[in-house]
Each structure stands twice: as C-alpha cells, then as structure tokens.
Design a protein around this ligand. Sequence first.
Ligand code: TYM
Length: 403
Amino acid sequence: MRKDDENSKDDENLDSKNSDDFVVTPWTVQGQVDYDKLVDEFGTSRITSDILERFRKITGEIHPFLRRKIFYSHRDLDDILKRYENGEKFFLYTGRGPSGGVHLGHLIPWIFTKYLQDKFGAELYFQMTDDEKYYTSDKLSLDKTYDLAMENTLDLIAIGFDPKKTFVFTDTGYMKTMYGIAAKVAKHTTFSTAKAVFGFENSTGIGMIFFPAIQAATCFLPSVLKGYNIPCLIPAAIDQDPYWRGIAREVAPKLGFYKPAQMHSKFMPGLGQGGKMSASQPETAIFTTDSEKTVQEKVMLSFTGGRATQIEQRKLGGQADICPVYNYYYFLFEPEDIELKRIYDDCTGGRLLCGDCKLMLASRTKKFVAEHAAKREAAKEHLDEFIVEDESGGLKKRSETRH
Ligand code: TYM
C-alpha cells in the first residue's frame, strides 16, 4: 500500500505535530503518513484477520475496503461486534465539515458507512459542522457553510442511505437539541486536555476551543434522545481520531455512556505526486460536481509512477505503489482483486503504459461521477426526508413538519 506525502487539508489554522516527519490532525494532513506509526501514536488497534472473519460470519463477505486494509484500524470494534452478536444494536455516526464541494476522498467513509447500515440495519447520525468550518475559514460566512451543508447532504443522499434510518443535522440548526449534551462533555474537559489533543494556542478562537465538545456530543445524542444507552460506531478517516481519543472516550464513562467505537480509514490520495485528496488542491481532487471534461483532464494530467520514456517503462515497469492512478483502482475503481492484480502486474511488468492506464481510469471515473451526479440531482427532492432540526423537534424530519 502506498504512503501519502506532502498534503494539506482544507483548513490549516490549527496544527499539532504527530512526529518530525508527518502531521495528521482533524485540520491538517501533511508529510509522509506512516499509518502503522499512527496506530502506535494514537493507541488504536489494527483490524486483524480475526475481526475480518467475524465480519464474514455476520455479513457473508469481506468488503473490499476491509480486505484491502483501506479501513485498517479501530477502537472497540470487537466489542461492537460482540454486542451485535448478542442482539444489541449499535448506531453509526459520521460527518462532514462543509467547507466546499465533496470530493471522492470524502465518499470513502460514506460508502463504507452505507454498507454497514445495510448489513447491520443500523441508524446513521450524520453531523454537518457548519460552525466548525465558519470558525476555521477566513472566507466563509455562517450562512454559506449552512448552504454548503445542504449541498453536501445531496452527496450523502446520493450514496443511497435509508431515509428511515438516517438523521442529518447541521450544528447551527440542531444546537438546542445538542447543547445540553455538549455542555456536559465540556464540563468534563479541561483546556489543557484540549490543548494537548488539538494543539490549541492562545490565538485560537474560543469557538474552536469549545467545538470538540460539539463533535463529541453526537456520540451520545441517540442515547439521550431515546432514553437508553446505545453503542456508537464511527467510520471515518483516521484524522478525526483526536475527538474520540481525547474527548468522547474520556468523558463517556463519567456521563454514564458507552465509549464510542471507531473504524479508521486511510486517505484516498490526490492526483498529484503524493498527498491525500484535498479540497485545498482542487486540480488534484475529483469533485462530485466536476464535469466529464474536467474529470478527463484531471485524470489525464495525473502524476503516475511511470518511467521517463516508453522504452524504459517497458524495460523496468511502472511503479504502481507510488502511483495515484493505480491507487484509484485500489480504492474505488476496481473492486475485483484478480483484476486489480492484473493491472498491478501489467504495470510493474512494463506491459501497461501510463497513457492507456489513465484512459481506462478516466472512463471509469467519468462513469462513476456521472452516475453520482444523477443521483445527487434526484436527491434534491428528498432533502427534507433526511434533515432533523430543532424546529421539527427531536428525531422528526423536516418532511414531517414542513408542508
Ligand atoms: P471533513 O469534512 O474534513 O471530512 C469528511 C470525512 O471525510 C474523511 N476524509 C477522507 N477520507 C478518505 N480519503 C480522503 N482523502 C479524505 N479526506 C477527508 C474524513 O475523515 C471525514 O470522515 N469535523 C469533521 C466533520 C465531522 C465528522 C464527525 C467526521 C463531524 N462529526 C464524525 C467524521 C466523523 C470534518 O471536518 O470532516
């Protein structure tokens, strides 16, 4: 599996180093990410073959994201599976900071979350942190981040979540419901903890200092609304771990809730040389709203692991492990392992040249984006079936109260 380097997330005002050579925080991903080292630094556990077997027993298969170790690390997943095997249902929690358009990288945790919803019949609580993105951006107004949250929800609906089991909210639209829980989380979290976990400084705005309590609060929201304790499983890339490690899991026992469990993914790379797919580098990210022409151009201009000349390529073979094009097949565009291996072998054996490989990827990516765009368009009719807000109250959808 390749490693990421030199990448940067949407907002870079906040920073906290993991080690000398790479940084992974909720706001910044930079340097050559050593995913194994992150497991040790964050104190998470690897998803072992034992756990995969348990998945197979329950779901009858092992999803490509698990087989390929795209989701590779966890906290308390064994506990979630044990409870499920004993008849106790869990809920899913994930989210989005609406700072712009959705790119393919964002879809990785959402596609997997939808798979888990289908297989385990779990409810999903999806948080749109319009407040967070207002705090961390110099350019976005609060109205704009709210509008982006609604836009991003269309992408979420396009993934195919079940409206009966899916509850999407913005922080500003649901704060009356959330605030009591966030206040309890905040009461048990000191500034020195938040500083140590997130790298906050004296110059950090106080909105951001309180914000982790809001992102952590969702871990307990269904338990509070329903009046009994429900286990929580959070699928997300590993950049979000500090919220769970540093805040939610620390306060959970003090508030009488289960500690939330997590499944962590790696980052889908951008199309440049190294680096995760990031909205801050739009030329190397594929957005769900990109036109066919734009997708074609971006893929054809992608960095590859190819050699300087065709002759060299045929002689030495390409370097699939460092190639974003190969990685796109690995993450999203070639689910069959045998086919993926063929692409890998043909590339490294010098039989598949980069131009042809890119053309094949461009056509698959265009098809994916076009199909997603059509579902996204259709989702406009269904937005209110997903959104919960204070105005409607509790878990009532907008569609139940707005006529
Ligand atoms: P945000 O908007 O930065 O990211 C949304 C989700 O996408 C994941 N992600 C990626 N996954 C794979 N490859 C990539 N290149 C890539 N880039 C981003 C992120 O890990 C995240 O899962 N504060 C959060 C919003 C939030 C949230 C949550 C996220 C609120 N509650 C609970 C996950 C779980 C944010 O700004 O995410």
